[in-house]
Design a protein around this ligand. Structure first.
Ligand code: ARG
Length: 460
């Protein structure tokens, strides 16, 4: 395919350089955005009298036909084209003749590519957001089911205090809700049109950038043409929001992997969402969670690629910026794949409440409540803490637990202990009486569920 810029050159491009320079293999996915951007541009040119009505009509219908033909498969994108912008323009000219060459008036590929990328990423944000929502719903439904299922809460991966499993899950729902918010937030700054910035300096034609911006669903045109063509912070912001989202999924994955182990056995993944081993017949592996955890690394890598690619670039456009696309596209593809399997994995997992309960009963998980018991009887917390520490040490030495230690023994440590201590350290009571706002009590978990469902309803 002939280059757009052959006029100044005496020789064809070296074929290896051609391959090296070409971006069609990855920017062809923006064909629809490229064509819609061109339609808006031609419409604007016609409105301003820069293109005749007849020329504009031919261009617009030619572009619409190209879009339909690519969508239907009737037109294949030429893999030897330099990029998607070149391909569409050349195809248009091949179809409608010289009038097609008028489309690129008052525009450059520099503002065109910045526009296409923003349009494409805006569409992608909606897709990712829909998947995040579905995951939040799955997590929230599971949490509601398990608003009373007692499980150990951990710090330092040591049993700390009893909680209900729904509370643990709702912590992830809150993180994911912020991820959703971050995605919407990216969209706010992405909703600014660079179209009409031209190569870098704007144009002498009487363009109406506000008009083309509106046609494409942007909030407004960008204020500075150099910024419009040079900036990719919108892609970095999205790569960063996706990285944070992946970090949350990765933490969640790590827990799922632990919970599936025989050491925990808190959950069992559905057969459709786990895999077997080629040699060990007993194995049921949490591959999805492991892959999500593993893929988080490449998503972080893409963020660093983008930050590093831009950090030394002088204004305005430099070809380095062509490297933006593969990185952000890979982050999007990866996060979408992960979310698509994560939500049904959560929805179908079996929660083994009995095992959770057994683990919660095993440690000295009621120790804080035992100390609080003494505080309620008048002791300062520090003193109570020390007494309970001594009781725990005594139990460990004698193979006892706080539940099995006889009252008489308790009383040797403090005369304030009475029969009601056993009710105070009862597992269910310990989890369920933490009624403080945001605490683990079942009512609090149900309130959180309500909060998240309402937030999902009001979110754009
Ligand atoms: N393929 C290029 C990119 O992705 C399009 C912009 C080309 N502009 C230029 N001045 N060479 O960045």
């Amino acid at each position: 395919m002939e280059k757009l810029w052959t006029g100044r050159f005496h020789k064809a491009l070296d074929s290896q350089v051609n391959d090296f320079n070409s971006s069609i293999s990855f920017d062809s996915r923006m064909y629809a955005q490229d064509i819609l951007g061109s339609i808006a541009h031609a419409t604007m040119l016609q409105k301003g009298g820069i293109l005749s009505e007849q020329d504009a009509e031919q261009i617009v219908s030619g572009l619409q036909a190209i879009l339909e033909d690519i969508q239907s498969g009737a037109l294949q994108i030429d893999p030897t084209a330099e990029d998607i912008h070149t391909f569409v323009e050349a195809e248009l000219t091949a179809r409608i003749g010289d009038v097609g060459k008028r489309l690129h008036t008052a525009r450059s590929r520099n503002d065109q590519v910045a526009l296409d990328l923003r349009l494409y990423l805006r569409d992608q944000i909606s897709e990712v957001a829909a998947l995040v929502r579905a995951l939040i719903e799955a997590v929230t439904d599971k949490a509601e089911e398990h608003a009373e299922t007692v499980v150990p809460g951990y710090t330092h991966l040591q049993r700390a205090q009893p909680i209900v499993f729904g509370h643990h899950l709702m912590a992830y729902a809150m993180m994911l809700l912020r991820d959703l918010d971050r995605l919407h937030d990216c969209n706010k700054r992405m909703a600014v049109s660079p179209l009409g910035s031209c190569a870098l300096a704007g144009t002498t034609y009487a363009t109406d950038r506000a008009f083309s911006s509106k046609l494409l669903g942007f909030e407004k045109p960008c204020e500075n043409s150099m910024d419009g063509v040079s900036d990719r912070d919108f892609a970095i912001e999205l790569a960063s929001a996706i990285s944070i989202l992946m970090m949350h999924l990765s933490r969640f994955s790590e827990e799922i992997i632990l919970w599936c182990s025989w050491e925990f056995k808190f959950i069992e993944l559905d057969d459709a969402y786990s895999t077997g081993s080629s040699i060990m017949p007993q194995k049921k592996n949490p591959d999805i969670a492991e892959l999500v955890r593993g893929k988080t690394g490449r998503v972080y890598g893409n963020l660093i690629t983008l930050l590093t690619m831009l950090k030394g670039l002088p204004l305005a456009y430099n070809k380095d910026m062509q490297e933006d696309k593969e990185a952000i596209f890979d982050s999007l593809d990866t996060v979408k794949q992960c979310l698509a399997v994560f939500a049904p994995m959560i929805a179908t997992m079996k929660v083994l409440g009995e095992n959770m309960r057994r683990a919660a009963a095993g440690g000295f998980i009621g120790a804080t409540d035992c100390a609080d018991y003494l505080v309620k009887k008048g002791l300062p917390f520090r003193t109570a803490y020390k007494i309970v520490g001594e009781i725990v040490a005594h139990c460990i030495e004698n193979g006892l637990t706080l539940e099995t230690l006889p009252l008489a023994e308790y009383q040797k440590f403090s005369p304030l202990f009475a029969q009601d201590v056993f009710a105070a350290i009862d597992l269910d009571a310990c989890a369920k009486k933490r009624i403080s706002y945001g605490g683990t009590s079942p009512d609090s978990v149900r309130r959180q569920v309500q909060y998240v469902r309402e937030a999902l309803q009001t979110a754009e």
